[in-house]
Design a protein around this ligand. Structure first.
Ligand SMILES: [Zn+2]
Ligand SMILES: [Zn+2]
Ligand SMILES: [Zn+2]
Length: 254
């Protein structure tokens, strides 16, 4: 299984528009963070988790020629805004794009992309097929996906485990039942927004505590704000089994 980090930034991305802080002015390519999303290649299948506002740019950068399905974690705009651009894959693959999400997520997609679900078909709109999931395991083209329910302040969000790769974006609480589902995972991806505490995301200290508890082979941190610090500076203080992810990073998992 090959995993590519498409974006590793928080909702505003890094650099933040108009910001003159050290991180936003950094020349290090690892401090350029598009909105958070990941691409997974497994058994000739190609999945993305979320389609944020930078989806088009991410697909072009990674030269992704096929997407078999989109998995949605939640319906915040920084995770859904790019859905319109699945049109390119509708055209190439000559099929509706299967998307997977909980009922509240699918309902929100129908509101935000109402034109794509209009009764009267307008040529050129994105073609999307909605597939409702809940907390239960499901099979996606023969691959078992384990949803990982977590909380993002008061909003339920799904992470996903595929084999030994486990991905949790926007969260500030992981219930015990989900901790159990992470047992033995080789790779854990976890959000770590900034140093200060935040109402709906783990900060760095909380993310490191979760990483230590789950004790994956390696933990990668995502959904990073400019307030966390530069990639190079933060990296110096992380334990050996934890890294900041960065855009374009590729890893493998079994
Ligand atoms: Zn987010
Ligand atoms: Zn900044
Ligand atoms: Zn969110």
């Amino acid at each position: 299984m090959k995993i590519t980090f498409l974006g590793t930034g928080t909702s505003q991305g890094v650099p933040v528009i108009g910001c003159t802080c050290e991180v936003c002015q950094s020349l290090d390519y690892r401090d350029k963070r598009l909105r958070t999303s990941v691409h997974i290649e497994v058994e000739n299948q190609s999945f993305v988790i979320d389609t944020g506002p930078d989806f088009r740019q991410q697909m072009l950068r990674e030269r992704i020629k096929k997407i078999d399905a989109v998995l949605f974690t939640h319906a915040h705009r920084d995770h859904t805004a790019g859905l319109d651009d699945v049109r390119a894959y509708n055209f190439i693959q000559q099929m509706d794009m299967p998307v997977y999400g909980t009922k509240p997520v699918l309902d929100q997609l129908e509101v935000e992309f109402a034109y794509a679900f209009a009764k009267e078909y307008y040529p050129g709109i994105p073609r999307i097929s909605l597939n409702q999931i809940d907390g239960a395991d499901f099979s996606l083209n023969g691959i078992n996906i384990t949803p990982l329910p977590v909380m993002h302040l008061k909003m339920p969000v799904l992470g996903f485990r595929i084999k030994n790769f486990s991905y949790i974006t926007d969260a500030n609480f992981i219930p015990d039942e989900t901790i159990e589902k992470l047992n033995g995972t080789e790779i854990l991806v976890l959000n770590a927004l900034q140093r200060a505490e935040h109402i709906s995301h783990f900060n760095l200290q909380q993310a490191l505590a979760v990483a230590e508890k789950i004790n994956a082979g390696h933990t990668y941190l995502i959904h990073i704000s400019h307030k966390l610090g530069s990639h190079a500076d933060v990296t110096k203080e992380l334990p050996t089994k934890v890294s900041l992810a960065f855009d374009g990073l590729q890893i493998s998992a079994s």
